[in-house]
Design a protein around this ligand. Structure first.
Ligand SMILES: [Zn+2]
Length: 103
């Protein structure tokens, strides 16, 4: 997603510059509005891709907790993913049940 947006942004900026040159040299007329539109769209795409990649990095750092068993990302304060949380709870319960049987 980020790479796609970045590629689109670069393509639009390059396309805008090319269109500016082509319009000036070949068509002999300024296409300022079209060029500006392409450039603005390209910058918007690039900025969006930058913001997305930054948000991804920040969220990876903040919610950097991962499941102890499969290292999937988990919610803040959780040790296991939803699959392994159930497993861990069952094991914990079984462990205590076995202890309790002795007495
Ligand atoms: Zn897991």
């Amino acid at each position: 997603m980020v790479i796609l947006l970045r590629t689109l942004g670069l393509l639009m900026i390059v396309g805008g510059l090319l269109w500016m040159v082509v319009a000036e040299l070949v068509l002999r007329e300024g296409r300022g509005q079209q060029v500006r539109l392409l450039l603005v769209a390209g910058v918007v795409f690039l900025a969006t891709s930058l913001a997305l990649s930054l948000m991804g990095r920040v969220s990876a750092r903040v919610g950097g907790r991962r499941c102890r068993r499969c290292s999937k990302p988990v919610q803040h304060g959780h040790l296991y993913c939803s699959d392994h949380l159930k497993e861990a709870v069952n094991e914990f319960r079984d462990h205590h049940r076995q202890k309790g049987d002795g007495g």
